[in-house]
Ligand binder design. Structure first.
Ligand code: IDP
Ligand code: MG
Length: 150
C-alpha cells in the first residue's frame, strides 16, 4: 500500500486549520499511520527542500517552514501520493480549485499551508527525514479496511 508524507505548515497551524485539514484526509479514508507536531530544524528543512536550493524563494521557504510548529503525518492508501495532492490543490492557491485545501484556505504561493510529497520516491525520502520506523502505527484497521475485508 502506498504512503505519502503530509505536513500542515506553520501558517496552517497558527491559523487554526489543523482539524479542518486532517478532516479532508480522513474524509477520503486515508489511513493515518503516523502523526506528530514538531518544530522543523534547519537541518530537516534543508534536507526536505534540497531540490529548491539556489532558487530565489529558497531562503524564505526555509524561514517559513521553520517559523513555527508543523503537524507532520504519514498517510497510507490507494494512490495516496497523487490523491493527497489532488485534495491539497495546486502549489499556487490562485490556481488551486475551490474545494481543495489550498484553494479554500490559502492566498499566496509563499504561504500555501500544506505540504504533500510529489512521488512515491519523494515520500520515502521525506518520511525518513521526519519519522523513525518505530513511530509508524499501521497495526490497526480503519473502517474502510474492515469494510473491504482487508
Ligand atoms: P509543492 O509544495 O506544491 O510540491 P514545490 O514547487 O515543490 O510545490 O515548492 C515547494 C514550496 O515552496 C511550495 O509549497 C511553496 O511553499 C514554495 N514555493 C514554490 N514556488 C514558489 C514561488 O515561486 N515563490 C515562493 N514560494 C514558492
Ligand atoms: Mg514539492
Amino acid at each position: 500500500m502506498e504512503r505519502t508524507f503530509i505536513a500542515i505548515k506553520p501558517d496552517g497551524v497558527k491559523r487554526g486549520f489543523i482539524g479542518k485539514i486532517l478532516q479532508r484526509f480522513e474524509d477520503k479514508s486515508y489511513k493515518i499511520v503516523a502523526l506528530k507536531m514538531l518544530n522543523v530544524t534547519q537541518e530537516q528543512a534543508k534536507k526536505h527542500y534540497a531540490e529548491h536550493e539556489g532558487k530565489a524563494f529558497y531562503p524564505s521557504l526555509i524561514e517559513y517552514i521553520t517559523s513555527g510548529p508543523v503537524v507532520a503525518m504519514v498517510l497510507e492508501g490507494e494512490n495516496v501520493v497523487a490523491g493527497a495532492r489532488h485534495i491539497m490543490g495546486k502549489t499556487n492557491p490562485d490556481e488551486a480549485d475551490v474545494g481543495t485545501i489550498r484553494g479554500d484556505f490559502a492566498q499566496a504561493k509563499e504561504y500555501n499551508i500544506v505540504h504533500g510529497s510529489d512521488s512515491v520516491e519523494s515520500a520515502k525520502r521525506e518520511i525518513a527525514i521526519y519519522f523513525s520506523e518505530d513511530e509508524m502505527c499501521e497495526n490497526y484497521k480503519t473502517m474502510l479496511e474492515i469494510v473491504m475485508g482487508q
